[in-house]
Design a protein around this ligand. Structure first.
Ligand code: NAG
Ligand code: NAG
Ligand code: NAG
Ligand code: NAG
Ligand code: NAG
Ligand code: NAG
Ligand code: NAG
Ligand code: NAG
Ligand code: NAG
Ligand code: NAG
Ligand code: NAG
Ligand code: NAG
Length: 465
């Protein structure tokens, strides 16, 4: 168990961590921001192709609600459309199976048609892209096949399509920017008319651009995309980008996006970060940080996936593990699943953080963040640092909003979320770090977090009045 000192027993100056970084994350109990929908409980791949291989409770306990796949990295003979119809069919079967698993839990499935095509990042350097040499036949034929297969399998409910993944990243799109916009305009209108529902409404969400780059006024992929979709009447149903480079934050990126939307006369739409967190951030501290960031701006989020081959299609994007996982003996069809430490964050987030959400703000250095809910019994504050050591503080304002006095003594229960054994380790429970009392005045309480272990997240709980 890690060292943890919830009380300010030593002076901060005397603490070896103090010189590193610091700051305060603030929770405002008077700012009700609505019902929790565990917006961050989505997964990129991570679902085995064999139905029911991972037991139900692993999905339901974390409130799993979004999936994303398209048969990537399925080995030969399953390399996708660009290698021929039978290679397409193997990838399609994988994606369809994942779609059915997602729907079993009422999760939305984002179909990755670039992976089914074969541009999963592992294609060779002479692999074709849609519209090469101005010839669209190969792509049009592909869409005809795919649309027909989706209809034939009734796979259009709870469906979204990322028209291409990370076209601004060469491993996924090694043709020109202009060719990408042509592909997108063409594909958007084709899918829009192919997937009208029984009431003649667009039943399938067409989302994007799923860039690796954060919204930026100086990134021509963003500015030209927004200008193109405005003229082309192909505005995405969700604005999508990724946070897979360990940089950026949601409030800044969303601020930039909203201002760009104004510039190009475009409507606001829901946000989706359908790949978030680099591998080392996929630990309790990092996940608590991302949850806080996504919830603040009401963005959906899907955990990125840093496994490859069969493990990409297993392990719930590094939330669960099993005997042989992460070793050379790895057995794709093997079972005996268990949760890792990161899993426990999502379980608490879904099962325990009920009631209503309240507004929070991150520390000024953006390293510490908090997500908080007010239940009928308790206030719960989940906090995580973006993989840093140091001393931070949490301030909780407006205690009278939950029926407490504006001064007095507050008993806070602390839980630790350890990352014992890392991504492949087993963690079955939180660490109970006990109760600590704080005297407070002025309707506000402040307490420190000594972060001795850069992967641990914490939850702080106290009874409402
Ligand atoms: C299923 O998900 C949709 C949103 O995608 C939601 O509106 C609906 O209430 C969910 N149904 C159940 C039974 O949870
Ligand atoms: C992109 O294409 C060029 C030539 O067409 C090739 O040299 C390069 O290796 C390709 N890059 C990737 C990441 O496929
Ligand atoms: C590269 O991939 C394409 C299919 O995308 C295939 O037709 C071609 O033969 C491959 N080239 C090499 C050198 O492997
Ligand atoms: C366009 O591509 C299709 C399919 O790849 C091919 O059959 C056809 O010959 C091409 N057309 C021209 C004009 O090159
Ligand atoms: C699709 O749904 C229709 C109507 O509900 C049904 O007749 C058909 O069998 C279904 N097809 C598949 C492949 O599930
Ligand atoms: C959108 O762009 C595509 C590709 O250039 C084009 O085929 C289509 O006609 C455009 N649609 C509209 C409404 O501008
Ligand atoms: C992999 O796991 C499956 C399912 O438990 C089992 O049938 C199979 O024998 C295992 N393969 C190896 C090589 O251990
Ligand atoms: C979270 O909720 C579950 C289900 O109600 C309960 O069993 C568990 O004890 C709670 N965990 C904590 C840390 O409160
Ligand atoms: C409430 O919290 C939300 C989300 O953090 C924030 O955007 C909003 O500005 C806050 N409202 C007030 C009145 O502080
Ligand atoms: C909540 O707390 C902040 C900081 O003390 C204060 O500025 C604000 O007025 C309070 N809001 C309400 C509704 O009391
Ligand atoms: C809070 O104040 C009470 C009396 O005012 C005192 O007995 C108690 O020790 C204080 N608690 C802490 C944690 O300082
Ligand atoms: C986190 O701590 C571990 C060991 O304590 C260290 O190896 C790693 O470099 C640290 N990571 C960061 C990003 O500081």
């Amino acid at each position: 168990m890690q060292l943890f000192l919830p009380l300010l027993v030593a002076s901060v100056a005397a603490n070896p961590l103090a010189k590193r970084v610091s700051g305060t994350s603030i929770v405002d109990l008077s700012n009700n921001t609505g019902e929790p929908e565990h917006l961050a409980s989505g997964l990129l791949y991570g679902i085995p192709d064999a139905p029911n291989q991972i037991p139900d409770h692993f999905y339901t306990d974390i409130g799993f609600n979004y999936a994303r796949g398209g048969g990537a990295q399925v080995p030969a003979p399953g390399l996708g459309w660009i290698w021929g119809l039978s290679e397409y069919q193997v990838r399609f079967a994988s994606a369809l199976s994942n779609y059915k698993t997602a729907r079993k839990y009422n999760a939305t499935f984002i179909f990755l048609i670039h992976d089914l095509w074969g541009a999963d990042g592992k294609q060779n350097s002479s692999a074709p892209y849609p519209g090469d040499n101005g010839n669209w036949t190969f792509w049009d034929d592909y869409l005809t096949q795919w649309i027909s297969d989706m209809h034939a399998n009734n796979a259009t409910t709870g469906l979204a399509v990322d028209i291409w993944n990370e076209p601004d990243n060469k491993p996924f799109w090694n043709a020109s920017q202009a060719q990408y916009f042509q592909m997108r305009g063409r594909t958007y209108h084709r899918l829009r008319s192919a997937f009208v529902d029984r009431n003649d409404l667009p039943g399938v969400e067409l989302i994007g651009p799923a860039y690796i780059g954060l919204p930026s006024a100086s990134d021509s992929w963003w500015t030209k995309f927004l200008s193109f979709v405005a003229k082309n009447s192909s505005v995405p149903d969700q604005y999508v980008w990724h946070m897979e480079e360990g940089i950026g934050d949601m409030e800044t990126s969303n601020g930039v996006l909203q201002s760009l939307l104004e510039t190009y006369g475009l409507p606001s739409k829901p946000l989706n970060i359908d790949e978030y967190a680099i591998y080392k951030e996929q630990c309790p501290a990092g996940s608590a940080w991302y949850i806080s960031q996504l919830e603040r701006v009401n963005a959906r989020g899907l955990r990125g996936n840093w496994q490859s081959g069969n493990e990409l299609h297993d392990l719930m994007a590094s939330l669960v593990s099993k005997p042989t996982a992460g070793t050379s003996e790895y057995n794709y069809t093997g079972t005996g699943y268990f949760p890792n430490g990161d899993y426990q964050v999502y379980k608490y987030y879904n099962l325990n953080m009920t009631g209503y959400r309240v507004g929070t703000s991150p520390s000024a250095d953006l390293k510490l963040d908090t997500f908080a809910t007010v239940g009928t019994d308790m206030v719960r504050v989940l906090s995580g640092v973006r993989i840093e050591l140091g001393v931070w503080q949490i301030t909780i304002n407006n205690l009278t909003s939950v029926g407490l006095a504006d001064s007095g003594e507050l008993h806070i229960h602390t839980w630790g979320f350890p990352f014992t054994g890392g991504h492949f380790g087993e963690v079955d429970a939180l660490t109970d770090l006990g109760w600590v009392s704080h005297n407070y005045t002025g309707n506000s309480v402040t307490f420190p977090i000594y972060n001795w272990v850069n992967t641990t997240a914490y939850a702080f709980e106290f009874y409402v009045g």
